[in-house]
Design a protein around this ligand. Structure first.
Ligand SMILES: C[S@@+](CC[C@H](N)C(=O)[O-])C[C@H]1O[C@@H](n2cnc3c(N)ncnc32)[C@H](O)[C@@H]1O
Length: 236
């Protein structure tokens, strides 16, 4: 936790982490998703179900695995995992940045964070409870940001992307995975199912380009889409 404090805009004077993660949100939860899917991810049983299902799915589907290569991570880097859930990707990032680096997982779900902090304990991994729409981090502090299957649950995904890019250092890389709408009948019926929205094929790429990212590219498998980008310079 001591390694996280220098990244925070307003670090607590007496930080504690009784459940293994630092809580920067407390009861000040506002404007977050109140749909069925997020309610499930906020419950202990939902966090457990997701953890097992995601681990199994990642063994089968390469597209769901950690975007480590696209993030250009080096030993000693700081990597941020937004909507980290049970922390499997955060742990993969921690292995890449090594003992001198830091992987920080952020989520709003106490159940997910409790599970993540319990399962993944190492000096170079930390978990923080915070809202992706208002990251409590200083500008230009991390070398890479990823957000895997989290943006569709965030009421203001554009604000969340702006925050991810704000905290990314010039030279850093972003990798975001979202569910997207297929053209045809599936796309017409699925949007907003259970409070989880679907994006169009160009929405994320257009947004991050609008925030100044360069080398923006996408990769798609069925309804799952990755968007990658590179922050060249600090924002004005
Ligand atoms: C489908 S899970 C994905 C977990 C993880 N990225 C993975 O791939 O294993 C989505 C996560 O986003 C989190 N989330 C939803 N809204 C959030 C917000 N406003 N800020 C931070 N995390 C949020 C949920 O609590 C949930 O743990």
């Amino acid at each position: 936790m001591q390694r996280v404090l220098p990244l925070l805009a307003d670090p607590p004077a007496a930080p504690t982490a009784p459940r293994g993660y630092l809580d920067q949100l407390g009861s000040a939860v506002q404007d977050v998703n109140t749909g069925m899917v997020q309610a499930l991810w906020s419950s202990r049983i939902g966090a457990s179900l997701f953890d097992h299902a995601a681990t199994a799915a990642r063994r089968v589907f390469g597209i769901l695995q950690s975007p480590t290569g696209h993030l250009h991570l080096q030993p000693g880097h700081t990597a941020l995992d937004i909507g980290c859930g049970p922390g499997e990707i955060t742990a993969a990032l921690a292995r890449t940045v090594g003992p001198t680096g830091l992987a920080l997982g952020i989520d709003i779900s106490e159940s997910m964070l409790t599970r993540a902090a319990h399962r993944h304990r190492a000096d170079n991994i930390a978990f923080l409870r915070a809202d992706a729409q208002r990251l409590p981090l200083r500008d230009n502090t991390v070398d890479a940001v990823t957000c895997i299957a989290g943006l569709q649950l965030i009421p203001d995904p554009i604000a969340a992307m702006a925050e991810m890019i704000r905290v990314l250092r010039p030279g850093g890389y972003l990798a975001v995975l979202v569910p997207t709408v297929r053209t045809g009948p599936i796309g017409r019926f699925l949007p907003d199912a259970g409070g989880a929205r679907l994006f169009t094929a160009t929405e994320i790429a257009d947004t991050v380009k609008g925030f100044g990212l360069r080398e923006v590219g996408t990769r798609r498998f069925g309804m799952i889409q990755w968007t990658y980008g590179h922050k060249i310079r600090a924002q004005q």
